[in-house]
Every structure is written in structure tokens, then in C-alpha cells.
Design a protein around this ligand. Sequence first.
Ligand code: ATP
Ligand code: MG
Length: 447
Amino acid sequence: MRLSRYFMPVLRETPAEAQIVSHRYMLRAGMIKQAAAGIYSWLPLGYRVLRNIERIVHEEQQRAGHIPMLMPTLQSADLWKESGRYDAYGPEMLRIKDRQDRDMLYGPTNEEMITDIFRSHVGSYKDLPMTLYHIQWKFRDEMRPRFGVMRGREFLMKDGYNFDLTKEDALHAYNRHLVSYLRSYERMGLQAIPMRADSGPIGGDDTHEFLVLADTGESEVFYDSDITELKFGDRTIDYDSVEQCQAVLEEFTSRYARTDETHDAALFNEVPEARRRVARGIEVGQIFYFGTKYSAAMGATVVDETGAKVPVHMGSHGIGVSRLLGAIIEASHDDKGIIWPEGVTPFHCGIVNLRQGDTEADAACQSLYDALTALGLEPLYDDRDERAGAKFATMDLIGLPWRITVGPRGLKNGVVELTSRRTGDSEELPPAAAIAKIAAIYGAIAA
Ligand code: ATP
Ligand code: MG
């Protein structure tokens, strides 16, 4: 993409309404624009990152064997009356009447709808196990929408639902989700720690929240610092293997890690003092096993091997897709701007032309651009007629992990400059070597 032809309305001033760094940088980098309290338009740059996060979530869910689909944002109230949650949900639910005076709502979650789909089409244990998921906009009329996309009213969520014959099978689905979530967050450059949580209005016994440590997090968390050493890394796992998924769950949940809702001071004190940490965290996902709560209430049953009709065991599993942009920025920035992890960056690298209009510099930039594009990479070429300082400031603000700087002086010696946004380190090397290095970096992180 050429910056001169792109739409990226960068703000010079720090917007007064933004209290936390991720919100400030998302507004300043022209990624989002508020449409109403807690409701945002995704401008082109923000939209690219949102799509990258979605893609990682899709890939990891499908790798785990979960089936993508799409349910609508608007729902009829009837199913919610059947489950008993229409009255229970409270003022967070946006209730709407259509022209026929029918009760509708903008879905805050989809347990009822998916249970209805399941009961309409599945009747035999032979069709199980099954996990369906979608990535769809949700609406929760939060009392205090704030921090930009972190606590919106309309937000994008991946929600998945498992249907299993037995509790053991459903717990395997739970563990599978835990593994797939660990992989997803790591691919986004994040460490998200699974913490024992409280099940809240969804109900259920087994639940973990995934928290990204950040001072601006809304949850208080208590953990054993040993847990931050754990990495899923590039190990391979057989998602069908009960033992393998169970082993990962045990590895990642055996250390003390809880939110304030489930914190147990006595248990925490058993952690050696030097490893006890009290910090703040951002919830970026949650997994639940809730048994037959919805299936029993709504008649989602299957015939088992003996011919008996039994309610299926279910769980639901959510990732805060739009919140993740804020969480990633909170975890990865400096005083100049965002530092995108390679896995989600809106463009793979920036090209800065120090002397726009100079025949050689223009030609060198164009050939870098063409070569990177031919390799399937997406560079952002700052081809504006601007001072070098302004171009660098924009690149630093929008946070592309790599920048190639091209100027007449370097070209005389046959080199361009390659700079890492994270470390600030620069090296001079021939254009072909810069291209090879960037290609190798992204080749290495491709799943
Ligand atoms: P919270 O405690 O932050 O209100 P929740 O526990 O009610 O969230 P879940 O029902 O677990 O939310 O939803 C799954 C994920 O969706 C959460 O882990 C979070 O990342 C995201 N999410 C929930 N509410 C919001 C919101 N208002 N804005 C953005 N993302 C949200
Ligand atoms: Mg939650």
C-alpha cells in the first residue's frame, strides 16, 4: 500500500477523552473512530489488525477441529424466555421491538441460539462430539463503556459451543479449547495466563479466564511468578488425544493463578513469598463447562447407545477479538507508539523514502515494494512528500515491526537501512539482503 493513496487519519494531538495508552494510540494512529459511546468504526488500519486477529482465531479453532459458522446479531426473545435468561440478564441486554411488536434483542452471547440449532438437527450420540463456533458482533449495554475497544458496548467475540455425550467428553472439549487459546494468544505475541475464575451469569462449575498482565487491566490478579515462564511454543499436539490435552491443562493450571473473584489468601500463602505476585490483568478470553444447564432447559437431547434420550453436556468458550487489539497495545508499546508483534501487524514492514522525487530513491523504493509484494508480503510505502522526521514519527506511531529506510546517501553505497521497531537497532545492507531478512522473519512465523 502506498501511504499517499491510503486512508490513515493520524492525529497530532493526544485525544483528551482517552485515558489509557492503547486507546490513545488507536485514535492517534487513525485505527478507530467512536460512533457512539462504546461503539466504534474500524478505520482501514484498525480493520487490518482486527482481521489478522480473527484469522489467527479461525486457524487455531479449525486446527482443533472446531467448525466455523455464523449466527445473526439480532435474536428473537423467545429462546431466551425458554432458557429463563430473558428476565435474568438485566439492563446489559439491548432489547428491541420490531414493527410487529415482537420482542427482539441484540445478542450478548449465543448459548440459546446454538442450542436451538443443535436440537433441531442432531438427535444421535453418533453425531457427537461436535464443537461449533462463530466470530460475530455482540452487544452488551455496559454501564461504563471505556478504554476504547477494551470495554465497548458493541464488540467482536469468538464464541464456541461444544456438544458432548458425557461429562468426560465435554471436559476434553474444555481442555482442547484451553490448548487452542494458548496457541492463539502466543501467535498474537501475547502471554495470556489461564486463571481459575467465577462462572457468573452463564453458570457452571469449571471455568478459566485468560488474562494478559497490564497495569491498566480491570481485574486484580494473584499468581505464582513461575507461571510466566511457561510457553506453549511450537510443540505439536494431537487434539483428539485426551491425555495430551489434559497434560497441557495440568501444566498451565497447576500454579496458583486467580482473579480477585476466586482468590484464596490461605492457598496463595503456600506459594513461596518471592514468587507471589499481585498485579492487574486484562481478560481476553474465558472457557466454561456448564454441563446440561441449557440442554436440559431447552430439550437438547440425543439418543445414547442404550436408546435412552439424554441431555448433552455443553460448554461455551469466548475470545474477545476486538478487545485483543487494546490488550496487545497495552502489552507492547513505548512512548513513541505501538509495537506490533509480527503475527498481527497491519503491514509487514514500512518503506520510508527520505527523498521523495529523487529518481534513484523513488526507483529503489518501488523495486523494494515490488519484490516484497511478489513474496506475498504487504509493505506500507511512505511515498508522501514529507520531512524524514515526520515519516519516522508516523512509522513509530503505527508500530510496524520493521522499517526499511531508503535515501540517496545509502544508495550511493548500495545499501538501505533496516530498523527494528522493538529494539531500535538498525543495520545497513543491500536491498536484496533486507528483503531476504524480512521474508525469513515472516516465513518463520507463518503457521
Ligand atoms: P468482563 O468481565 O470483562 O465484562 P465477561 O466475563 O462478561 O467480560 P465473557 O462473557 O467471558 O465476558 O466474554 C468473552 C470475552 O469477550 C471476554 O473474555 C472479553 O475478552 C470479551 N468481552 C466481554 N465484554 C466485553 C466488552 N464489553 N468489550 C470488549 N470485549 C468484551
Ligand atoms: Mg468472562
